[in-house]
Design a protein around this ligand. Structure first.
Ligand code: ADP
Ligand code: MG
Length: 439
C-alpha cells in the first residue's frame, strides 16, 4: 500500500479543476494524497460532509482524473477517516460507500395524482405496502421529468416506514454498473453479489442504461432471479417500456414484464394546475388562479419544467420585492407583453384603401365582384388576424350571419392557393396591419 506522490496528486487535482469546473472544491488540495493499491485509489477525509460530497458527486470525476494521471484504469473509493486529533491509536475504520440517501421530499404525500400517473402511483403504493406480493417486478416507464424517481423513492420510504422491509437498496443503473465493474476489477465479486442479493427491496432507476452493458446485464439477470425466487420486491424505472430498450437481452425484456409495466404520461392541464398549487404551497408562495392558469397553459412538457417555471417566477418576484403578478409570470417565462390586438375597423380601412371601396360598400349587400371580393377579403382577414367569432365579424359587415362569414373565409382561403395576385395582396395587407400593431 503506498501513498501516491504529491506531484501525481497535484496532477489529479489539476485534471479535476480543468475538466470539472464547478465540482472541484478548494478543500480538495488539503486532502492527503490518496493511496493507490491494486488499481484502487482511496481518497480519505475525516470530515463527514466532505465525505458525503465526494461519495455523492465525485466518483466518476476522480476516476477519470486518476486514470489520466496514472495512465491506467483506476477505480475510486472514498473513505471516512477518523479525525486525526482523536487520541485513538486505531487507524480509521473504512466505511464502505453507501448509496445516496433518499430524498425526503419524494414521498407519496407530496405526489399529485392525475389521469397521467394514477396507475403508476397506485402500483407503487401497492408494492410498498405488500413488497414481493402485489406486482413483481414493478416497472415504471415514461419520459424525463414525469415523476419516476419520485415514485421509486416514495415506495422505498413508505416500505421502510411501515416496517415492511429492512434492507432496501435504491440506486441508479449507473451506480449498479459502476459498482459491478469496480467489484470485478478488485476481484470482489462475492461481496458485490452478497450486497445485491441480500436485500428485501432492490430499486434501480433508469434501467435503460443496462442495455449498453453486456456483462452487467448478465450479472443483473442473476441478481434478478435470486431476488425474484425469494419473493423480494424489485422496482425498476426506464425511459421506455422493456421491449423498446436498445440491446436489452430478451430474457430480461421478458422478466421485466412479469409483474406490472406502468406508463407515466405527461400531465394534463388540470393535473398541471394541481401540481403548481401544491408546489407553491410547499414553498409558502401565494399564486393567484390566473398565474397558475397561465403557467399551466404555457408549460406542458413535464413536471421538472413546471418546477423550473415556478423557480423563475419566484426569484423574479423576490427581486421585485413583491407579489407574483401575471405580468411577472409572463416575464419569468420569457414572454413579451401581449401585443395590441388588430381591430376589425383597421382591417376594413386597409382593405378600403387597397381596393378603393367605401365602408358603406363593405357593409352593403351589393354582389358585384368589385365589392364582394374586398368584403370577403375583409372577413377572411378578420378571421385570420383577430379572435372575433364568426357572428361578431358578421356584425361589422351590416349584420351578416355566421354562415356568410364562414363562406367568405373558405372562398378566399381556397382562392389564394391558386390566385397568386390575391395571395400577394393578402400578404401585403396583413403585413401592413401587423406593422401597425407593433408600433
Ligand atoms: P423522472 O425521474 O421521471 O425524470 P422525477 O421523479 O425526477 O422525474 O420528477 C421531476 C420533478 O418533478 C421532481 O422534483 C418531482 O418531485 C416532481 N414531480 C414529478 N411528478 C410529480 C407529481 N405527480 N407531483 C408532485 N411532484 C412531482
Ligand atoms: Mg429520474
Amino acid at each position: 500500500m503506498s501513498q501516491i506522490t504529491p506531484a501525481l496528486w497535484s496532477e489529479i487535482l489539476g485534471h479535476l479543476r480543468d475538466r470539472h469546473d464547478g465540482l472541484a472544491q478548494g478543500w480538495f488540495s488539503q486532502l492527503d494524497p490518496p493511496v493507490l493499491e491494486r488499481g484502487e485509489l482511496t481518497v480519505s477525509t475525516p470530515d463527514p460532509q466532505q465525505h458525503r460530497y465526494l461519495l455523492e458527486r465525485c466518483r466518476r470525476a476522480f476516476a477519470e482524473a486518476g486514470q489520466l494521471a496514472v495512465n491506467r484504469l483506476v477505480s475510486v473509493r472514498f473513505r471516512l477517516a477518523e479525525p486525526v486529533e482523536q487520541p485513538s491509536g486505531r487507524a480509521g475504520a473504512p466505511i464502505s460507500d453507501e448509496p445516496p440517501p433518499l430524498n425526503k421530499l419524494y414521498t407519496f404525500e407530496q405526489f399529485v395524482t392525475g389521469p397521467c400517473n394514477r396507475m403508476a402511483h397506485a402500483a407503487a403504493v401497492a408494492v410498498a405496502e405488500a413488497p414481493g406480493q402485489a406486482y413483481n417486478p414493478l416497472f415504471l416507464h415514461g419520459s424525463v421529468g414525469l415523476g419516476k424517481t419520485h415514485l421509486l423513492q416514495a415506495a422505498c420510504q413508505r416500505a421502510l416506514e411501515a416496517g415492511k422491509v429492512e434492507r432496501v437498496l435504491y440506486l441508479s443503473c449507473e451506480s449498479f454498473t459502476n459498482d459491478f465493474i469496480n467489484a470485478v476489477q478488485r476481484g470482489a465479486l462475492n461481496s458485490f453479489q452478497y450486497r445485491y442479493r441480500h436485500v428485501d427491496m432492490l430499486v434501480i432507476d433508469d434501467i435503460q442504461f443496462l442495455g449498453e452493458r453486456e456483462r452487467s446485464q448478465e450479472e443483473f439477470f442473476h441478481t434478478f432471479n435470486t431476488l425474484y425466487q425469494m419473493q423480494k420486491q424489485i422496482i425498476l424505472s426506464a425511459d421506455s417500456p422493456p421491449t423498446a430498450i436498445p440491446s436489452l437481452e430478451e430474457r430480461l425484456v421478458s422478466r421485466f414484464g412479469w409483474g406490472l409495466v406502468a406508463l407515466m404520461e405527461k400531465p394534463c392541464f388540470e393535473t398541471r394546475m394541481a401540481i403548481l398549487r401544491q408546489k407553491a404551497e410547499l414553498r409558502g408562495l401565494e399564486l393567484d388562479d390566473e398565474v397558475v392558469y397561465f403557467i399551466a397553459s404555457r408549460v406542458d412538457s413535464n413536471i421538472r419544467e413546471l418546477e423550473g417555471a415556478i423557480n423563475k417566477v419566484e426569484s423574479l418576484a423576490r427581486l421585485a420585492g413583491g407579489t407574483i403578478t401575471l405580468a411577472l409570470a409572463r416575464q419569468g417565462l420569457g414572454e413579451q407583453p401581449p401585443a395590441r390586438e388588430i381591430a376589425i375597423p383597421e382591417i376594413q380601412e386597409a382593405v378600403m384603401r387597397r381596393y378603393n371601396v367605401r365602408l358603406a360598400d363593405l357593409q352593403s349587400r351589393k354582389r358585384s365582384k368589385s365589392i364582394s371580393l374586398p368584403r370577403q377579403v375583409c372577413m377572411y382577414l378578420a378571421r385570420q388576424l383577430t379572435r372575433h367569432s364568426l357572428e361578431e365579424i358578421g356584425g361589422f359587415f351590416g349584420g351578416r350571419d355566421h354562415t356568410t362569414v364562414l363562406h367568405a373565409t373558405k372562398t378566399i382561403g381556397q382562392q389564394r392557393q391558386s390566385d397568386t395576385k390575391l395571395h400577394a395582396a393578402l400578404e401585403e395587407i396583413s403585413g401592413e396591419l401587423r406593422n401597425l400593431r407593433s408600433n
